[in-house]
Design a binder for this molecule. Structure first.
Ligand SMILES: Cc1cc2nc3c(=O)[nH]c(=O)nc-3n(C[C@H](O)[C@H](O)[C@H](O)COP(=O)(O)OP(=O)(O)OC[C@H]3O[C@@H](n4cnc5c(N)ncnc54)[C@H](O)[C@@H]3O)c2cc1C
Length: 354
């Protein structure tokens, strides 16, 4: 099963100057999967005057490995999915770098489900509860689809409310532990506080597939980001990466953007893509000048500013909280900027919330 993830994994803010220079310059804040995939997309479109500012001393963001007694342990993302009707782009990337992984699902869940007083639950009991949980998930998916059909009213409920409507909410310790694998583990939040409409149906599995690849590569899952970065940071490339540069202030106006970093440096460009997480944005680590407009009307009165926001990997309604979401949203955001630079419209994202 693909891993749990923090919901708020990708927020992109993108400010554009009204009139780009002939060869526009772009600063990308953050060198995680989304920032690097955005930079690579710009580069391939001929926008090569790119500076990537990364707060930490490495690239990869939440794709991060650690050494544990001589073994590589993933501290962040660990799984990616395959086998669905929509190709997961990570599968291709994984092939290119020969990433080692194995299929790791819930088929042996009964071997890992212990009673509080000790000892395993009987296999048949675990399987029965898992069957109910799977049927309940299907109900949640259908109920969510039904709610989404009402375009006039944005009605939503929690996953738990939907489970109660199904009539079989998890109640016993065994039911709750199985529910943890089905929901809390994926969303990194309990079902009672998790939006049904934003999680069900789970596109990660419905579209990218039910085969969960558990990465077991000594280079770590982060090797995918390193591979993408190597294509734009190669010798002779104008793209620059500066590590240990914590962006603290982003001032934007019609004439461009200026970023101040924690160490007192200042960088200017025509455009900036900010790929920091919602958590970082909510922490107020970065001061925006002027402060961010947080409603659509305000956005419309800022013709020079294109903003992308969400309660998660906003644009990735489907794959929020996953590496594939970060990868795809980096590309989508870069494509929006390319369109904007070419004067084909800076439409921005209407779902602006921080
Ligand atoms: C414990 C855990 C388990 C997970 N498991 C999975 C999994 O199994 N499968 C899966 O697909 N996904 C998983 N995820 C989610 C996945 O890791 C993320 O969705 C993805 O890596 C996010 O990439 P990103 O580029 O959007 O953000 P990030 O990886 O957070 O990259 C943002 C970058 O911006 C930098 N930054 C932040 N603020 C500043 C600043 N002010 N100045 C400069 N730089 C800044 C950060 O240092 C970081 O490098 C997991 C996440 C966690 C935490």
């Amino acid at each position: 099963m693909a891993a749990m993830s923090l919901i708020s994994l990708f927020v992109t803010l993108l400010f554009s100057a009204a009139k780009a220079a002939q060869s526009p310059s772009v600063i990308v804040v953050g060198a995680g999967m989304s920032g690097i995939s955005a930079a690579k997309t710009l580069y391939e479109a001929g926008i090569k005057d790119i500076l990537i500012l990364e707060a930490s001393s490495r690239i990869g963001g939440r794709m991060l490995k650690a050494d544990f007694s001589g073994y590589t342990v993933e501290m962040g993302a660990n799984w990616y999915n395959s086998g669905g009707p929509v190709a997961n782009p990570l599968v291709d990337l994984a092939k290119k770098v020969n990433l080692k992984s194995y299929i790791n699902d819930y088929s042996n869940i009964a071997e890992n489900t212990y009673k509080q007083e000790g000892g395993l639950y009987p296999k048949k009991d675990v399987e029965k509860v898992d069957e109910v949980a799977t049927a309940r998930d299907e109900y949640c998916s259908n109920f969510s689809k039904m709610l989404s059909r009402n375009k006039k009213k944005d009605v939503d409920v929690s996953i738990l409310a939907s489970q109660r409507l199904y009539g079989r909410p998890p109640l016993t310790p065994l039911e709750m532990v199985i529910d943890f694998y089905h929901n809390d583990y994926e969303d990194a939040e309990p079902p009672k506080v998790t939006s049904l409409k934003h999680t069900y149906p789970r596109a990660q599995f419905e579209e990218h597939g039910e085969y969960p690849h558990f990465v077991m590569d000594p280079r770590g899952f982060e090797v995918l980001v390193q591979y993408l970065a190597s294509q734009i940071l190669k010798k002779g490339s104008p793209v620059q990466l500066k590590l240990k540069k914590v962006a603290r202030e982003i001032a934007y106006s019609k004439s461009g953007v200026t970023i101040k970093t924690e160490d007192g440096s200042t960088y200017s460009a025509n455009y900036v893509i900010v790929s920091a997480s919602v958590g970082v944005l909510q922490s107020d680590l970065i001061q925006f000048k002027p402060t961010l407009p947080v409603d659509t009307n305000l956005f419309q009165s800022f013709p020079f500013a294109e903003l992308h926001f969400g309660c998660g990997e906003h644009n990735s309604n489907k794959f929020l909280g996953y590496v594939d979401g970060a990868y795809l949203e980096g590309i989508a955001t870069a494509n929006d900027l390319i369109k904007c630079i070419k004067g084909k419209g800076c439409k921005g994202d209407k779902n602006m919330e921080v």
